[in-house]
Design a protein around this ligand. Structure first.
Ligand SMILES: *[C@@H]1O[C@H](CO)[C@@H](O)[C@H](O)[C@H]1NC(C)=O
Ligand SMILES: *[C@@H]1O[C@H](CO)[C@@H](O)[C@H](O)[C@H]1NC(C)=O
Ligand SMILES: *[C@@H]1O[C@H](CO)[C@@H](O)[C@H](O)[C@H]1NC(C)=O
Ligand SMILES: *[C@@H]1O[C@H](CO)[C@@H](O)[C@H](O)[C@H]1NC(C)=O
Ligand SMILES: *[C@@H]1O[C@H](CO)[C@@H](O)[C@H](O)[C@H]1NC(C)=O
Ligand SMILES: *[C@@H]1O[C@H](CO)[C@@H](O)[C@H](O)[C@H]1NC(C)=O
Ligand SMILES: *[C@@H]1O[C@H](CO)[C@@H](O)[C@H](O)[C@H]1NC(C)=O
Ligand SMILES: *[C@@H]1O[C@H](CO)[C@@H](O)[C@H](O)[C@H]1NC(C)=O
Ligand SMILES: *[C@@H]1O[C@H](CO)[C@@H](O)[C@H](O)[C@H]1NC(C)=O
Ligand SMILES: *[C@@H]1O[C@H](CO)[C@@H](O)[C@H](O)[C@H]1NC(C)=O
Ligand SMILES: *[C@@H]1O[C@H](CO)[C@@H](O)[C@H](O)[C@H]1NC(C)=O
Ligand SMILES: *[C@@H]1O[C@H](CO)[C@@H](O)[C@H](O)[C@H]1NC(C)=O
Length: 469
């Protein structure tokens, strides 16, 4: 399927509201709640273009506000006509909650910069609570608060939470905004967002201590849209997949949202197969997700090659809004735009170390764009002997020139481990005087042999008909 078709298909899949319904009604149907209000201006295409939203619903997901907030104010300020205050009284290590507005439709609880170590137990007595702000306390755990079935906003920034389990939010279909930034979260349970089926639009987990993330935490299958999941300022360096999740043709990933991975510690580009894309074209299923991986420690090596070689992936990630992905290393590519490699894929190489069998003093690297591994030992083979082993790759391109080899047959006898993997070999400027049939038999799968500048006096008959290179 061409990219264009793919895009059109997803656009059709993403737009499911009928134009006869207002945006609020469409939101209501999509997320099964009738209290969200989406400003009228979001219906204008000019506004959407300006704000870089794909469509009105995506825009509403980010900007709609519940009716109990102040009309027209998009920062979630409370309208006290509708929302009653929960008074806070102290009991040792906990707080007791009392409502003062007995006829309120909704309650809110704000208690910040305090010494709370746990979620108040009595909160379940106030199940009409829609807004909780307990930021900057010392809370270590989110209690099972699924009793708060209409809770919309949960602000817990600057506490001491260490892990999150999706079950805690089970059934909280109105939970729209969660802020757990500036905590000590090292681990997010796998599938945390995968089966989220409410109206979780904004999830801020920035400034925590995560070092890896499960691939099932970056895609959603049940909630069609979300706005932002913010992972920025963690120490993420790997997308893991211990459960072998795989992106199947029949799985639906909705219209996604924006995943902010800026200011993390990613350096090696993803092994797409390992994270479940057995077929890279399946990446097209995430076409409306925005992954922002800027400001990481990208190492521009051979692992990026699949990324720039596949037109579809290149198009989706590199030509999306976050085109400024830059290399951090190696030093010669620092700050080079990764998209710049689209025309220079040969530069994306991986060096091979001595521990991976690169001979001493030689330079070895693989170059996936050419499907070959170069072993450059020009005038550098320390022992003046062929290495016994070489890196375990196919299609070796050997440069053994300028090494004063005189006894090729002996050399090839000790090189049995890799002769069949040699694609090209350069033996120029050595010191051998004959080419035997043994030598020829060893290099059956080799396409280019350079034997220039050797004092050759005899060449085996089988080679005489070969073309000179
Ligand atoms: C929508 O929410 C109502 C309660 O507010 C519930 O009874 C109903 O089952 C929900 N519908 C769906 C499709 O989840
Ligand atoms: C607060 O809500 C009331 C009742 O819904 C509404 O009349 C009033 O205009 C709102 N106030 C603001 C500032 O939006
Ligand atoms: C929190 O505890 C500290 C140290 O015990 C104390 O100084 C501070 O007043 C407490 N803060 C509140 C809001 O109770
Ligand atoms: C709150 O609890 C009361 C009594 O258990 C119940 O009747 C009511 O439906 C609940 N309200 C919400 C919004 O869950
Ligand atoms: C949380 O409480 C609800 C009932 O209020 C229960 O159905 C659910 O299993 C509980 N979840 C956990 C993780 O304890
Ligand atoms: C989390 O990271 C911060 C900042 O890097 C560090 O100061 C803190 O010790 C870390 N906490 C844990 C529990 O690892
Ligand atoms: C994510 O959080 C960081 C730090 O709080 C903030 O600077 C950034 O703007 C947030 N990203 C988005 C997309 O809102
Ligand atoms: C995932 O795949 C690996 C390698 O194929 C296998 O060793 C491992 O047991 C699998 N894990 C699960 C949870 O299936
Ligand atoms: C980031 O990764 C580098 C290695 O790539 C490591 O040395 C460093 O400690 C990591 N930083 C954090 C905050 O984990
Ligand atoms: C590979 O090694 C060369 C020479 O040491 C170095 O200049 C280059 O930056 C390395 N490339 C990578 C991707 O590590
Ligand atoms: C690379 O070369 C190997 C061995 O000759 C071959 O099996 C493989 O198909 C080639 N890969 C590509 C992408 O051409
Ligand atoms: C080459 O030698 C290495 C190390 O002794 C060994 O692991 C590998 O299996 C050998 N390969 C072949 C094809 O003999």
């Amino acid at each position: 399927m061409s990219e264009l078709c793919l895009t059109l298909l997803v656009v059709v899949l993403c737009y499911n509201g009928s134009s006869s319904e207002s945006l609020d009604e469409q939101l209501g149907i999509l997320f099964n709640r009738s209290d969200l209000h989406c400003p009228k201006e979001f219906e204008s295409q000019d506004y959407l273009n300006k704000m870089r939203f794909e469509n009105s619903l995506e825009c509403c997901t980010c900007k709609a506000q519940p009716l109990w907030t102040v009309e027209g104010n998009l920062n979630g300020k409370l309208n006290f006509t509708n929302v009653g205050h929960l008074n806070v009284f102290f009991v040792i290590h906990d707080i007791e909650l009392k409502t003062i507005d007995h006829d309120a439709y909704f309650n809110y609880l704000i208690y910040t910069y305090g010494n709370l170590t746990a979620f108040p137990i009595s909160v379940c007595n106030f199940n009409i609570t829609v807004y909780i702000d307990l930021s900057f306390n010392h809370i270590t755990d989110i209690r099972n608060i699924s009793c708060l079935s209409i809770l919309d906003t949960l602000l817990l920034a600057g506490n001491k939470i260490q892990s999150l389990i999706a079950d805690k939010f089970h059934g909280m279909k109105h939970l729209r905004r969660v802020d757990v930034s500036f905590n000590q979260i090292t681990k997010l349970e796998p599938k945390f967002f995968l089966h989220m089926a409410g109206s979780m639009f904004n999830f801020d987990i920035s400034y925590n201590n995560m070092t890896e993330i499960d691939v099932t935490n970056i895609v959603w299958t049940r909630q069609k849209y979300f706005c932002i999941v913010n992972f920025s300022h963690n120490a993420l360096n790997e997308i893991t997949n211990p459960s072998n999740f795989s992106f199947q043709q029949e799985l639906k990933f909705g219209c996604g949202g924006y995943l902010d991975f800026t200011y993390n510690n990613f350096s090696h580009f993803f092994n797409f197969e390992k994270i479940g894309f057995n077929d890279l074209r399946l990446f097209g299923k995430l076409v409306f997700y925005s992954f922002d991986f800027r400001h990481n420690n990208w190492l521009c090596d051979c692992k990026f090659y699949p990324f720039v070689s596949q037109a579809t992936i290149g198009a989706i990630i590199l030509h999306a809004s976050h085109v400024n992905l830059k290399c951090n290393s190696p030093s010669q590519f620092k700050n080079k735009l990764i998209r710049g490699f689209l025309n220079q894929p040969d530069l994306l190489i991986c060096n091979i170390s001595m521990s991976a069998r690169c001979p001493q003093k030689c330079r070895c690297f693989c170059q996936p764009s050419q499907n070959k591994t170069i072993i450059n030992c020009r005038s550098n083979l320390a022992s003046k002997k062929f290495p016994l082993v070489l890196p375990e790759y196919e299609n070796l391109v050997l440069d053994f020139s300028k090494n004063l080899f005189s006894d090729l047959d002996n050399q090839f006898k000790s090189a049995k481990n890799y002769t069949f993997r040699i694609k090209k070999i350069n033996l120029a400027e050595n010191n051998f005087d004959s080419i035997s049939d043994f030598f020829v038999s060893q290099l059956k799968s080799t396409t280019i042999i350079n034997i220039k500048r050797n004092p050759i006096t005899s060449i085996d008959r089988s080679l005489r008909n070969c073309q000179e290179d």
